[in-house]
Design a protein around this ligand. Structure first.
Ligand SMILES: Cc1cc2nc3c(=O)[nH]c(=O)nc-3n(C[C@H](O)[C@H](O)[C@H](O)COP(=O)(O)OP(=O)(O)OC[C@H]3O[C@@H](n4cnc5c(N)ncnc54)[C@H](O)[C@@H]3O)c2cc1C
Length: 412
């Protein structure tokens, strides 16, 4: 394994860096880029759209897309280099993970020529924002259990159902939607996939207040929503295949979504500047022991992720071992933020940008940390993937797989 850029990657990195330096301000030490939860979100969304259009005009917006759709056909490693470099600049948040990272590639795999022409240009330039209408109150880890019903009516479909945890739906104008069109078929076979205009009559979006104070995700109620058959992606009953394409791309789109200012270096720095009655915290055995433990975890994760990068650099694809990084990083982030709060003593309970020990860095990180253990596949699902697809252990029994969906027992 060689963790350094090869000559071609180094040239690419220099090109990326030069463009970013000419078009964005670098982050100052200790400064972090804005997120959707801070301040006036409409303003941030507009800034993100302008930044996306600027990147598109310069050919940096949809790196992995084919050139004919405005992309660069970039290799996996090039996308990683772009993310590493862009993170060093004060640019608006990437609110296009669902649009560019998931919907675009799904359309390219399953859409008709007409659908590609209709939707891709506005996705690429950031003019349209998409959200992912997949999870439901009874379908999350087991997404194939969705109950939102789509019923054919002439050239349209009538949709009724309830989606939940839909990130950024309140800012999106389109949604990718998985529905059930056949309740007699086994659960994976009766699904159909649509693109829905969120301004359609019958759609109600209600935001969910999070423990962190933010409102980034929503419930979406669909009552008698009319969706043209022209918005169906793939064949009727073939929605699971289309969904799998979206989910495969989701893993790539959210991989590397950074932990912001939460780092082991930051934690050691925090411990170095705090004291209690027994003296400087950094000199106390229990603190040193915990820091050493977290340091080892963070090194392990770093080398695991470098192993993936090394594979990408050799033209290989990221495999199921990515679940190790996702699982480990989410658990470590929760442990680090909890320990940082403990180190701050009574002041740790203050979650305030103005008077917190380090603003609200550790407190807001802690409040978000459970979400990171759920989004993109829960801890248990990552463990299943590692067990079955990395270690080759026997698969979990899937007793309801062949039953007609309507006969699968559900709790009431
Ligand atoms: C920050 C965030 C953003 C999100 N954004 C979106 C979005 O934009 N669009 C969208 O559609 N969804 C979104 N989600 C929802 C997310 O995909 C689901 O929360 C996730 O798939 C888990 O589903 P669930 O919440 O229904 O939990 P469940 O699947 O009901 O799981 C409950 C518990 O049971 C465990 N469990 C479930 N199945 C198994 C199993 N087979 N073996 C062992 N344990 C199991 C789980 O690990 C968990 O602990 C988001 C979630 C978060 C946290």
């Amino acid at each position: 394994m060689d963790f350094n850029d090869n000559p071609e990657e180094a040239t690419y990195r220099a090109e990326v860096r030069a463009w970013l330096e000419a078009n964005a301000e670098p982050l100052l030490p200790g400064e972090s880029a804005s997120t959707v939860e801070d301040g006036d979100n409409n303003e941030i969304i507009a800034l993100a759209q302008t930044w996306q259009a600027k990147k598109f005009d310069a050919g940096w917006a949809c790196l992995s897309w084919p050139k004919k759709f405005g992309g660069r056909a970039a290799k996996g490693m090039h996308s990683v280099i772009w993310r590493q470099e862009e993170k060093r600049f004060n640019v608006p948040p990437d609110i296009f993970q669902c649009s560019v990272g998931m919907t675009g590639p799904t359309l390219m795999a399953h859409g008709t020529e007409e659908q590609l022409e209709r939707w891709l240009p506005a996705i690429a330039r950031g003019e349209d924002i998409y959200c992912q209408l997949f999870s439901e109150p009874g379908a999350g880890s087991d997404l194939s259990a969705v109950r939102t019903r789509a019923k054919r009516d002439g050239d349209d479909w009538i949709i009724d159902g309830h989606k939940i945890w839909t990130s950024l739906a309140q800012y999106a104008n389109w949604g990718i939607l998985v529905t059930r069109t056949d309740f007699d078929a086994p659960k994976h076979a009766g699904l159909t996939y649509f693109i829905v205009d969120l301004s359609s009559p019958g759609i109600e979006i209600r935001s969910i207040k999070q423990i962190s104070g933010g409102e980034t995700f929503n419930e979406v109620f669909l009552s008698g929503v009319r969706v043209p058959d022209a918005n169906r992606i793939g064949d009727v009953g073939n929605g699971w295949r289309v969904t799998l394409t979206t989910l495969a791309n989701e893993r790539g789109a959210i991989a590397g979504a950074g932990a912001g200012k939460i780092s082991i270096a930051g934690l050691i720095k925090l411990a170095s500047r705090l004291s209690d009655d027994a003296g400087p915290l950094i000199q106390q055995d229990s603190v040193k022991e915990k820091l050493a433990d977290l340091y080892m975890q963070s090194r392990g994760l770093r080398y695991t992720s470098l192993r993936t990068l090394s594979a990408l650099s050799q033209g290989k694809k990221a495999g199921p071992e990515g679940s190790i990084g996702k699982l480990g990083a989410a658990i470590m982030r929760q442990e680090m933020t909890a320990f940082a709060i403990e180190l701050q003593g009574i002041a740790g309970s203050i979650d305030s940008l103005e008077v917190g020990v380090e603003g609200s860095t550790w407190q807001s990180g802690y409040l978000f940390s459970p979400a990171a253990r759920i989004a993109g596949g829960t801890d248990e699902i990552q463990r299943d993937i590692i067990a079955e697809r990395v270690l080759g252990l026997p698969r979990e029994p899937r007793v309801d797989k062949a039953l007609p969906f309507k006969d699968i027992p559900i709790g009431r």
